[in-house]
Design a protein around this ligand. Structure first.
Ligand code: CP
Ligand code: NVA
Length: 336
């Protein structure tokens, strides 16, 4: 039998603007179909059985609430079996190499959803896997989060009509106030691809590394109207005219030893109503955060306000997982 090379989802860079648009719109359609059925007391039919009893291995070397729950729930909805493998459950990293682990697990399952430290770990898993690998967060990227984030933005601006290769969000402005991290790198790539302008404020020394900037800006290729990217160390500058203010923890998993230093460097970066007003955000600005949230990066007055999209954003992780599993596992990477 000819060996078919599986298609993987390791970062938003793996998707064309049309494919990213399609994943978001499919997530949206599944969300409304399933929730309509559930509220009518019916069993949603379209998705059930699409995984046909296939097993999805979930290899998580770090903690997770949203990614774990959304992936397990999505696999259950689709009639598959989610197999959670925490770092103390398998031989990987202690008694067995990444290569051997990848060959063995992929020989018995239909997908590996992996949360790792170094991005090279998920790349290595993919290299040796006979099934699709989906990145569930690496030190560099978080594609499932960004599919959910764009579903949330799509829902928040219903007057914006999707097109074939974009969600119709061109010209919206996102302001990221905080650390340059995995979530930002994929968010910025998606913004560039979908024509959303992104302005980033991080303290000096915590900006986007230049190799990563090249990755993000390579999203311009193939975008009909690429979004623009601007960087500053002044939060107010980034916020000017922003439609959506976004942040994430200042101390990502694995950076705990740097916490004290980072918290000091990020003083003044907390998103508050006063900061948004001083910066001149649009009158009806919204707030997003991938969660888990720590109080230092955003004040309660914003986080728990009507502007905050954080809980719908978290729920949308489920529908993003459904769309990604459908696209990469059921449809074997054919996303259009
Ligand atoms: N946003 C996110 O990925 O959350 P978890 O770390 O809880 O999965
Ligand atoms: N930047 C955070 C995201 C968690 C979902 C981290 O890597 O810990």
């Amino acid at each position: 039998n000819p060996v078919t090379v599986p298609r993987h989802l390791l970062s938003i860079s793996d998707l064309t603007p049309a494919e990213l648009t399609s994943l978001v719109l499919k997530a949206s359609r599944h969300k409304s179909a399933v929730k309509t059925a559930w509220s009518a007391g019916e069993i949603p039919k379209a998705l059930s059985g699409t995984l046909g009893g296939r097993t999805v291995a979930m290899m998580f070397s770090k903690r997770s609430t949203r990614t774990r729950v959304s992936t397990e729930a999505a696999v259950a909805l689709m009639g598959g079996h989610p197999m959670f493998l925490g770092k103390d459950d398998i031989q990987l990293g202690v008694n067995e190499s990444l290569l051997d682990t990848s060959r063995v697990i992929s020989s018995m399952t239909s997908c590996m959803v992996a949360r790792v430290g170094p991005h090279s770990d998920v790349v290595g898993l993919a290299e040796h896997s006979s099934v699709p690998v989906i990145n569930a967060l690496s030190d560099d990227f978080h594609p499932l989060q960004i599919i959910a984030d764009f579903l949330t933005i799509h829902e928040t601006f219903p007057e914006r009509v999707p097109k074939a290769d974009s969600l119709g969000l061109e010209g919206l402005k996102v302001a990221w106030i905080g650390d340059s991290n995995n979530v930002l790198f994929d968010l910025a790539t998606a913004c560039i691809k979908l024509g959303v302008d992104i302005s980033i404020a991080s303290p000096a020394g915590y900006g986007i590394p230049s190799v990563m900037k090249d990755v993000i800006l390579s999203g311009r290729a193939g975008a009909a109207r690429p979004g623009t990217l601007a960087e500053t160390t002044v939060p107010e500058e980034a916020i000017k005219n922003a439609d959506i203010l976004v942040t994430d923890t200042w101390v990502s998993m694995g950076q705990e030893a740097e916490a004290k230093k980072k918290l000091a460097a990020f003083a003044g970066y907390q998103i508050t109503n006063d900061l948004a007003q001083r910066g001149g955000a649009k009158a009806d600005w919204k707030f997003m955060h991938c969660l888990p949230r720590h109080p230092e990066e955003v004040a309660d007055e914003v986080f728990y306000s009507p502007r905050s999209l954080v809980f719908p954003e978290a729920e949308n992780r489920l529908w993003a997982a459904v769309a990604a599993l459908e696209g990469f596992v059921v449809n074997k990477g054919k996303l259009l």
